[in-house]
Design a protein around this ligand. Structure first.
Ligand SMILES: Cc1ncc(COP(=O)(O)O)c(C=O)c1O
Length: 427
C-alpha cells in the first residue's frame, strides 16, 4: 500500500485494546454492545495518502457512501475536501444533509428510478453515470421537463478479468449486469451527444472490489482511453472526466494491498495525456480498516465436539462472513495467553449466522468482550433488523475523545412505520 499508510488505529495498552487513545472497555461500558467503533485517524490518513499519490494529475476522490454512510465520517471526509459517489436517492439525501453540494456528487447505480434521476438533476450533481441507452433517453426526457441539461458519464463495462476474492464483488467482466457493454459504448455516446437535454462529460468504470493486482485497473483505464480516441474521431469532444471507480483492496488477513505510489504512477502515464480530470470512487480503501465491531460473548457451549462462542452480534451486524465467506480477525479485548478453536456465532435463528467458523483464537468466556476487526466498510450499512433486532450504536474516536455518531435503535424505532389499524381500500 506504499509507505507509511496507517493500517490500524487499534493497539494494546496495559493489557487491553484501545482505539487511538480510548479504551474499548470504556466504550463498551458507556454505550453497550454491539458497537461499531471507528478510528477517524485511519480515515484521514487513507484519504490523504491516496490524494497525495494522485497529486501529479488533476483529480478528485469521490468517497463511496455505500461502504459506510455514517454522518460523522462523512463530515471528516467533507472537511478533507472529498466529493462523494452515491447510488440511490437515499444516499443523495444523506450526502446533502452532510453538507456536500451538488457538484461534489457523482450519482451512479444500475437501476435508477425516474424519481432518483429527477432528484439528481434537481441537486445539480456533477455527473450521472448511466448504465444503458434507455437510461440516457429517460434522463433526456426528465432533464427536458426540468429545463436543464443532464451531465452524463457512461459507465463502461471494460470487460477485463479481475481476481477479486468473491464472485459477488466482480463487476467489470463480460456479461456483468453493470455498465454498457464495451462494443455498445460508441452508440450510447452518440445518443447522449445528439439528444437535446444531455451532454456527455465522462467515461466511467468500476471493475470490482477488493482488487490487489494493478493490471486489471490499468487494462480498464487503457480501454477507456481507447474509447476516448474513438469518440474524438467521431466528433464527440465534450468529455472532461475519466472515472476509474473504486475497488482498491485492503488487508483483512495477510493480503498485500496494492502499492499506491506504483498505482498512481502507472495511472498518470495513461491518464495525463488525455488532459481529462481523473475521478476515483474508493470506499473500502478509505474506511475498511478503520472500524471494529465490539461484541460480548453471551454463552460458551459445546455441541458435536465443537466449541461455540455465542455473541451478541452476528449476521445482522456483520453480513460479510455469511454473505461473502469473508474473513475478519477476531481478538479478545483483554489480553490472554490461552487459545481455543471456536465457531463464533450470533444469536440470530439461522445456521448461516456466524462471524467465524473453526477459528483458532483467543480463549473467551461468557461476559468477555471481543473485537471483530476491519468492519469499517460494508458493516453497519449492510446491517439488518432481521429477528427484529435493533441496529447497534456507531462510535467515532478522534485521539482521546469519542462520540456516539449513530444511536442504538430502540424497539419503538422498529415499529414506527407500522399502522396499528390499517385503512382498507376497496378494489
Ligand atoms: C460504482 C461503484 N463505485 C465504487 C464502489 C466502491 O468500491 P470499493 O469499496 O471496493 O472501493 C463500488 C462498490 O461496489 C461501486 O459499485
Amino acid at each position: 500500500m506504499g509507505e507509511g499508510v496507517l493500517t490500524s488505529g487499534f493497539s494494546r495498552v496495559d493489557g487491553a485494546l484501545a482505539c487511538e487513545g480510548v479504551s474499548l472497555d470504556r466504550i463498551a461500558a458507556e454505550v453497550g454492545t454491539p458497537a461499531y467503533v471507528y478510528s477517524t485517524s485511519v480515515v484521514r490518513d487513507r484519504y490523504q495518502k491516496l490524494d497525495a499519490a494522485l497529486a501529479p494529475m488533476p483529480h478528485r476522490i469521490h468517497y463511496t457512501l455505500k461502504a459506510n454512510s455514517n454522518r460523522g465520517l462523512l463530515n471528516v471526509l467533507r472537511d478533507l475536501g472529498a466529493g462523494v459517489d452515491v447510488v440511490s436517492g437515499g444516499e443523495l439525501f444523506r450526502a446533502m444533509r452532510a453538507g456536500f453540494g451538488g457538484k461534489d456528487v457523482i450519482f451512479g447505480g444500475v437501476g435508477k428510478t425516474e424519481r432518483e434521476l429527477r432528484e439528481a438533476l434537481e441537486a445539480q450533481v456533477l455527473l450521472i453515470n448511466v448504465e444503458s441507452e434507455a437510461e440516457i433517453r429517460l434522463l433526456d426526457r426528465v432533464a427536458g421537463e426540468l429545463g436543464v441539461t443532464a451531465p452524463i458519464g457512461i459507465r463502461v463495462n471494460p470487460e477485463v478479468t479481475v481476481d477479486s476474492s468473491h464472485r459477488y464483488i466482480k463487476t467489470g467482466e463480460k456479461g456483468a449486469k453493470f455498465g454498457v457493454p464495451f462494443d455498445e459504448v460508441l452508440g450510447a455516446a452518440r445518443v447522449a451527444a445528439e439528444l437535446p437535454h444531455t451532454t456527455l462529460l465522462g467515461l466511467d468504470m468500476h471493475i470490482g472490489s477488493q482488487l490487489f493486482r494493478l493490471d486489471p485497473y490499468l487494462d480498464g483505464t487503457e480501454r477507456l482511453v481507447e474509447l476516448l480516441g474513438k469518440l474524438k474521431k467521431d466528433g464527440i469532444d465534450t468529455l472532461e472526466y475519466l472515472d476509474i471507480g473504486g475497488g482498491l483492496g485492503v488487508s483483512y488477513d495477510d493480503e498485500q494491498p496494492p502499492d499506491l505510489t506504483r498505482f498512481a504512477h502507472a495511472l498518470t502515464s495513461r491518464v495525463q495525456p488525455t488532459g481529462l480530470t481523473l475521478l476515483m470512487e474508493p470506499g473500502r480503501f478509505i474506511v475498511g480498516n478503520a472500524g471494529v465491531l465490539l461484541t460480548r460473548v453471551l454463552y460458551r457451549k459445546r455441541s458435536g465436539g465443537r466449541q461455540f462462542l455465542i455473541t451478541d452480534a452476528g449476521m445482522t451486524e456483520l453480513l460479510r462472513p455469511s454473505h461473502y465467506d469473508a474473513y475478519h480477525r477476531i481478538e479478545a479485548v483483554h489480553d490472554t495467553d490461552k487459545q481455543m478453536t471456536a465457531d463464533v456465532v450470533g444469536p440470530v435463528c439461522e445456521s448461516g449466522d456466524f462471524l467465524a467458523l473453526d477459528r483458532e483464537m483467543d480463549d473467551a468466556n461468557a461476559g468477555d468482550l471481543l473485537a471483530v476487526y476491519d468492519v469499517g466498510a460494508y458493516g453497519y450499512v449492510m446491517a439488518s433488523n432481521y429477528n427484529t433486532r435493533p441496529r447497534g450504536v456507531e462510535v467515532l474516536v478522534d485521539g482521546d475523545r469519542f462520540a456516539v455518531a449513530t444511536a442504538r435503535e430502540r424497539y419503538e424505532d422498529l415499529v414506527h412505520l407500522e399502522h396499528e389499524d390499517p385503512q382498507w381500500r376497496d378494489a
